[in-house]
Design a binder for this molecule. Sequence first.
Ligand SMILES: O=C(O)CCC(=O)C(=O)O
Ligand SMILES: [Fe+2]
Length: 317
Amino acid sequence: MTIESEIPILDLRRSSGVNLEEGSDGRKEMGNKVREAFETHGCFLIRCDEIPKELRAGLFGNIKSLFDLPEETKKKLYNPKPYRGYTSKSRVIPHSESFGIDNSPKADTTLEEFTNLMWPEGNPTFCEELRSMTSKARELSVLILKMLVESLGLPEQYKLDVEDLNNYNDTRVTRYQLPPDTKETEIALTLHTDKGTLALICENDVQGLQVLSKTGNYVDVKIPYDGFVVIVGDILKAWSNGRFQAAPHRVVTKGDKERLVFVLFSVPKQNMLIKGPSEFVDDDHPLRYRSFHYDEFVDYHYTTSTEESVLEKFAGI
Ligand SMILES: O=C(O)CCC(=O)C(=O)O
Ligand SMILES: [Fe+2]
């Protein structure tokens, strides 16, 4: 096991004097760090001002209450789309249960519909916590992608492109089972890459995420209490013609405290053709992927249930 400090920590806190205003030196410097981390590791950790302690404590307390609801209630969140809705002990995640809640940046009504479905009398506090966390994570993912475009020196028009790459959000909350008495550890989520553009993950105080480094070592990820881990998904890898790494990761549980996570996946706009800037392609970097649509890619992944090099198999040239 290598040391976790291999994964860079980027401090975005205004309270530590960081200025991320457009055009500022601070923003340029941060953009370069984001780019380097995506090129080298496919992920990084951030610390930010956006998650007050109370929000985090309240959110994870309510996520626990959510998973403690009766199974029949939880099953009410049904969604025919792959990996959405309520899933429990499925083929992909045998040792966890999870809610995939679709919500678009324009309207957060789905979060209210969700909490009303789980608690017919309503749960406005939890709804507000989910909404707040989702919108903070969304703003951060847009900022990260914009800083990336600036750091790459790409024309301004690509800022619209990254907005489309980050058009739709899937909020996911997951509870992992504890390892059985007979075992000390359990692989609760098998090694995979995320299929969307970016994932921002925050955890309760129970660790378990591991990223597979380029050198083939599993690196424990300790997500800062006031931040997220940001992971590049296959869509951003394809858009960058393979310049950014989609970090393979898994979850291993141990000990006697349950791991809970909140994840925000950013997903491309429906019908957006994933076709990266021509600036990424030259004689030394020939085009690696054909253009494609996100939904087709997710369907391919779901129906083939393949996890290894899925982007290469689906769209590789
Ligand atoms: O629990 C975690 O930290 C990782 C979750 C994850 O990788 C996923 O939901 O795709
Ligand atoms: Fe993941």
